[in-house]
Design a protein around this ligand. Structure first.
Ligand code: SAH
Ligand code: F3S
Length: 437
C-alpha cells in the first residue's frame, strides 16, 4: 500500500518547483501519494521561506500543531530556506521533527527520510545537473529552473545565505526539460531563478556560455510552446539586447517584473542594488517605447534603515511615473546573516506602517484607473484553472487574470475574450464566438 505525503509550500515559485521535485522523488522512489489532509499523512513536509521574519515565527507554531494532529508514527520534515539558515536549531526547538533539509539539498529527500534527525543544509551543494523524476502540479504550464542560488549581495536579503552561490543549469538540460514539458501538453513555461537575467555567469562544469537573451531565443524555437514567462529578472541586467528580445519575440509574454525595492538612489546604494533611480526609470521608458502593451510588476520595501521622508517620496514618485500594474510591497524586516541587520538607523515602526499604507493606497488608485481601460477590450486568454461558481480562469499574454463562465473543456485552451467587467485583480469576460473573430 502506498504511503501518504502532505506538503505545504510557502514563499516563491522556486519553492513551488522544489516541492514538485520532492513529490516526484518520493512518489517514484518511495511509493508516496499526495494527500491534502495532514492527519492522514505518513510524512508531513513544510517547505519554508525565510525572506521576511513573520513566517519563521509561524513555522514553530505550525510545527506544534502538526505534531498534535499527525497520526502515530508519522514523520515531519522541515525543508526550504528556513531549514537552510536555522539547521539543527529546528530539531532543538521542535525535537519531534524527523529531519531538516536545506533549500539546496532537495535531491537528498529520499536519503534523509531514512536518517533519523538528519540535518542536510550545505549551501554549496550542487544539484544543478541532478536528474529529478517528473512531477508537475499543472499540466498546462511548467516551472523550469534555469539557475539556482544568487550572487548578488543585496544588504537586506537572506537568499544568498540560504540558497548559496549562483549556478546556471546547462542550456541543453533546460531545453530538454522544456521539450519534455511541451510533449506532456504544457503550452506555457515559467523559467525560474533568483536572478534570471544573469544567466550564464557560472556553470558547474564546462558548458557553452550563453546569456539569458540567447537562452530565451533557443527556448522560443521549441515547437508547440506558445508562451514563455520568467521570474525574477534584475533591473541592473536589463540591457538593450534583453529588452529588445523581450519586445520582439512573440512567444515571450509581455509582462515584466522589475523589482524596484526603493525609488531613492541613496537607499538603493545602501541596499547594494547596483542601479540608481535614473537607471530604473530609463529602463522602464525604453521598455514602454518598444513594447507599449507590456505590463510591469514590482517589489518595494518601505522603511529600509535610514529611509527619510524624502527618500520615501522618491519611491512614490517612481510609482506615479511608472504606474506599475502590480506591486508586492513589504515593510523592511531585518534578517539574520544580512549586512543590513547591523544597520542602526532603523525607521520608527509607526512611520513604517504609515508609509506602507500610503504606498498601497497610491497603488490602488493607479490600479482602479488602469483596469477601467480594459473594459471592452479583447485579449487572447490561456485557461488554466477552474474557479468558483462555474467560472474558468486564465491569463492574458500580459498577465491580466480573466475569468469566463465555462467548465473543464476550456482548460489548456486559448480563446479570444472580451472584458465585460473589471475589478482590481480578476476581470470578467466573454468568449468571442468564432464567427466574430
Ligand atoms: N531575487 C528574488 C528575491 C527574492 S526575495 C526576486 O527578485 O524575486 C523577494 C522579495 O522580498 C524581494 O524582492 C524584496 O522586495 C522582498 N524582501 C527580501 N528581503 C526582505 C527583507 N529583509 N525585508 C522586507 N522585504 C524583503
Ligand atoms: Fe536577494 Fe538581491 Fe539576490 S533580493 S535573491 S540578493 S538579487
Amino acid at each position: 500500500m502506498s504511503k501518504k505525503l502532505f506538503i505545504e509550500t510557502l514563499g516563491c515559485a522556486m519553492n513551488e518547483r522544489d516541492s514538485e521535485h520532492m513529490i516526484a522523488e518520493l512518489s517514484q522512489k518511495e511509493n508516496y501519494t499526495l494527500t491534502d489532509s495532514a492527519e492522514d499523512a505518513d510524512l508531513i513536509l513544510i517547505n519554508t521561506c525565510s525572506v521576511r521574519e513573520r513566517p519563521v515565527h509561524k513555522l514553530f507554531s505550525e510545527l506544534g500543531a502538526f505534531n498534535k494532529k499527525k497520526k502515530e508514527g508519522a514523520k515531519i520534515g522541515v525543508c526550504g530556506c528556513t531549514a537552510s539558515h536555522l539547521g539543527k536549531e529546528i530539531i532543538k526547538r521542535a525535537p519531534y521533527v524527523s529531519f531538516v533539509l536545506g533549500a539546496r539539498n532537495v535531491s537528498k529527500i529520499t536519503e534523509v527520510l531514512h536518517k533519523p534527525k538528519a540535518v542536510e543544509t550545505d549551501i554549496n551543494y550542487d544539484e544543478s545537473q541532478f536528474a529529478f523524476n517528473d512531477f508537475r502540479s499543472s499540466p498546462y504550464k511548467a516551472y523550469i529552473n534555469i539557475s539556482i542560488g544568487c550572487d548578488k549581495q543585496c544588504t537586506f536579503c537572506i537568499v544568498p545565505k540560504t540558497r548559496g552561490e549562483e549556478i546556471s543549469i546547462p542550456a541543453d538540460l533546460i531545453i530538454k526539460e522544456v521539450q519534455k514539458a511541451v510533449d506532456a501538453g504544457a503550452k506555457e513555461v515559467f523559467l525560474l531563478g533568483q536572478n534570471v537575467n544573469n544567466y550564464g555567469r557560472r556553470f558547474s562544469g564546462k558548458h557553452e556560455k550563453i546569456n539569458f537573451t540567447e537562452l530565451l531565443r533557443r527556448v522560443s524555437r521549441i515547437e508547440g510552446l506558445r508562451r514563455i514567462r520568467f521570474t525574477s529578472p534584475h533591473p541592473f541586467h536589463m540591457d538593450d539586447e534583453f529588452l529588445e528580445e523581450f519586445a520582439s519575440n512573440p512567444k515571450i509574454c509581455k509582462s515584466m517584473h522589475m523589482p524596484l525595492q526603493s525609488g531613492s538612489s541613496k537607499v538603493l546604494k545602501e541596499m547594494k542594488r547596483g542601479y540608481t533611480k535614473e537607471w530604473f526609470l530609463n529602463r522602464v521608458q525604453k521598455l514602454k517605447e518598444i513594447c507599449p502593451e507590456a505590463t510591469i510588476s514590482t517589489d518595494i520595501i518601505v522603511a529600509f534603515p535610514g529611509e527619510s521622508d524624502e527618500d520615501f517620496e522618491e519611491t512614490l514618485d517612481v510609482m506615479r511615473k511608472v504606474e506599475f500594474d502590480q506591486v508586492f510591497s513589504f515593510k523592511y524586516s531585518p534578517r539574520p546573516l544580512t549586512e543590513a541587520e547591523k544597520f542602526t538607523n532603523v525607521v520608527d515602526p509607526e512611520v513604517a506602517k504609515e508609509r506602507l499604507i500610503r504606498l498601497q493606497d497610491l497603488h490602488q488608485q493607479i490600479v482602479d484607473k488602469k483596469v477601467e481601460q480594459l473594459r471592452g477590450k479583447t485579449f487572447e486568454v490561456y485557461f488554466e484553472e477552474l474557479a468558483a461558481d462555474n467560472y474558468v480562469r486564465g491569463r492574458t499574454d500580459n498577465n491580466i487574470i480573466v475569468k469566463v463562465k465555462g467548465s473543464e473543456e476550456l482548460l489548456g485552451e486559448f480563446k479570444k475574450v472580451t472584458i465585460t467587467d473589471v475589478a482590481r485583480t480578476v476581470m470578467t469576460g466573454e468568449i468571442l464566438e468564432e464567427k466574430d473573430r
